[in-house]
Ligand binder design. Structure first.
Ligand code: PSU
Ligand code: MN
Length: 325
């Protein structure tokens, strides 16, 4: 009943509806990265390129946003343009979803917001840039992204390039462990740090192959263990930034945020835009390379999950143990 009611808020684009009808796997994409994570016009161009990459694999992209009191699963060109150009797009996490829907406003969904909408639409894989997490200094500020609670309860696999070092990555991983969210890494043992490949922290399990990732995820959900899975894949080597440079800029952005008294949902967009400005836009090129790479990893995972490779499968030989604690 509740699921039916919630479902009545969804509007599927023609392309997504056709893919669903044809049984092609869907890949959800977030819109906060378009509205709040990148400047115009690079945001729109990147969103279109990412969609094309997903489509080229045989999966169908579904960019998710709130427009006119509806949850849109898949956006038409003019809707994408609206999100990327308008100055008045709300940042929508779990808390904000009813407010923006009820008022009929334009909302760009965060990782948490997109996970909720993807789950309602029956989409299992969601590609983003970096997830939110426990902020540095959260011991005093309590600033912990709602993304982490969403990962604890909503059954969607989130493909990302780790988390930015504006966050306390160690505490973010501790939080995810406490809430039973597995952190998988693809291509390396360690959790990625967005602009750089290595956060210095081991991921829980390294699974390089999409079929193995799918087997892990399907096994979790088949067991009735609800909640998300994080799949971290590092920025391609050629696009990675120097960690000394990004560390110094991160420190500066954090100091500025504190001095200006930035709090609440404004913190993350402030830090991201300051880092983009402080690198003179170079971080934007890295950001774009990351999202495109993640899209390919996510599309392969969606295809592997669609083949139901692991229904009832108990083969765990390919799951290598990472962190031993
Ligand atoms: N981290 C990034 N890029 C992003 C975000 C986070 O590297 O675009 C966005 C995502 O939409 C994420 C949100 O879900 O910020 C987290 O915001 P907060 O910290 O306020 O929960
Ligand atoms: Mn916050």
């Amino acid at each position: 009943m509740v699921a039916d009611l919630a479902h009545s808020w969804l509007t599927f684009s023609a392309a997504v509806a056709a893919a669903k009808a044809a049984g092609r796997p869907l890949v959800a994409l977030e819109s906060s990265i378009i509205a709040h994570g990148m400047p115009y016009p690079e945001n729109i161009r990147t969103a279109r390129e990412v969609e094309a990459l997903v489509r080229a694999t045989g999966a169908e992209p579904a960019t998710i946003a709130l427009i006119g009191g509806r949850i849109h699963i898949g956006l038409a060109d003019d809707e994408l343009e609206l999100l990327g150009r308008s100055e008045h797009v709300h940042k929508v996490s779990r808390r904000d979803l009813p407010a923006v829907l009820a008022a009929g406003g334009v909302g760009a969904t965060t990782v948490a917001g997109t996970m909720i909408c993807a789950a309602l639409a029956g989409i299992e894989v969601f590609v983003t840039g970096g997830i939110g997490g426990v902020h540095r200094g959260a011991q005093e500020t309590f600033d912990i992204s709602a993304d982490l609670q969403e990962l604890a309860k909503t059954s969607v696999a989130v493909v990302c390039a780790g988390a930015k070092s504006v966050l306390d990555i160690g505490l973010t991983l501790e939080y995810l462990e406490t809430y039973g969210v597995p952190v998988l890494s693809c291509g390396q043992d360690n959790f990625a740090a967005f602009y750089t490949r290595d956060s210095g922290f081991r991921a829980d399990f390294r699974l390089d192959d999409a079929a193995d990732q799918a087997r892990f995820i399907r096994t979790k959900w088949n067991l009735g263990l609800e909640g998300g899975v994080v799949l971290s894949t590092p920025v391609p080597e050629a696009s990675a930034m120097q960690s000394a440079e990004i560390d110094a800029l991160t420190q500066q952005a954090l100091t500025e945020a504190r001095a200006q008294g930035i709090t609440g949902k404004a913190v993350t967009p402030f830090l991201l835009s300051r880092i983009t400005a402080l690198t003179g836009g170079r971080s934007l090129a890295t950001n774009i390379a990351i999202v495109k790479h993640n899209a390919e990893v996510g599309a392969r995972l969606a295809l592997a999950l669609a083949h139901r490779l692991c229904t009832g499968c108990r083969d765990e030989r390919s799951i290598s143990q990472g962190r031993s604690d």
